[in-house]
Design a binder for this molecule. Structure first.
Ligand SMILES: CC(C)(COP(=O)(O)OP(=O)(O)OC[C@H]1O[C@@H](n2cnc3c(N)ncnc32)[C@H](O)[C@@H]1OP(=O)(O)O)[C@@H](O)C(=O)NCCC(=O)NCCS
Length: 172
């Protein structure tokens, strides 16, 4: 069964949270684990919007926190499906902090997560493809095959010698 592809833009989720005392470490900064929890939800919502099915987190790529987000500041998370494969989807996320009094935003991090769509029996099920419109969407779509191969190798699901997209990078 071929599913009708959908626009990447239509999967966009914008989440806003306020950093409260229970979200912070002893330095008064947002805990990384709390931020990853919010990111996981924002990413899952983008995938569910894209595939109209329940999803589970298959993997989380490297996350580097560039700037701490302070108590009382606002967290903005944008998540969008960057590429859909067979039953899995890669989501791209951008995270900013915002000082709501001084009214300026600062970047916290970018990340990729992968989700798998499930049918009512809990088995993985096909997802619609992605249509890209903007330059950024096209760039993310192009790079997704390489990132997929890297994460499958790290997850023990692919042999390095089978990673054609990655090998091509080094044989130019
Ligand atoms: C993710 C999960 C559904 C994959 O099931 P599986 O039977 O191992 O995987 P399959 O070989 O059938 O592959 C299913 C898809 O998952 C993808 N996948 C599997 N492991 C992956 C990984 N580590 N990273 C990225 N994608 C992965 C496969 O590439 C495949 O995608 P495709 O159909 O688009 O090609 C399964 O491992 C699972 O349910 N894990 C627990 C999920 C969960 O509970 N998450 C919450 C965090 S604890």
């Amino acid at each position: 069964m071929t599913l009708t592809p959908k626009r990447a833009q239509d999967s966009l989720i914008q989440m806003t949270e306020l950093v409260l005392p229970n979200d912070t470490n002893t330095f008064g900064n947002l805990m990384g684990g709390r931020l990853m929890y919010w990111m996981d939800i924002a990413a899952a919502l983008a995938c569910m919007k894209h595939c109209s099915a329940p999803v589970v987190t298959a993997s989380v790529d490297n996350i580097s926190f560039e700037n701490p987000i302070k108590l009382g500041n606002v967290v903005h998370i944008e998540s969008k499906v960057s590429r859909a494969f067979n039953t899995s989807m890669e989501v791209h996320m951008k995270v900013w902090g915002e000082d709501p009094v001084q009214q300026y935003r600062y970047k916290s991090n970018e990340a990729f997560m992968t989700f798998v769509a499930l049918d009512p029996n809990g088995n993985s099920r096909p997802v619609p493809g992605i249509i890209t419109d903007t330059e950024e969407e096209k760039r993310l779509y192009e790079g997704a095959l390489r990132r997929r191969q890297l994460r499958l190798i790290l997850g023990g699901k692919m042999k390095p010698e089978d990673a054609d997209e990655l090998k091509a990078l080094f044989s130019l």
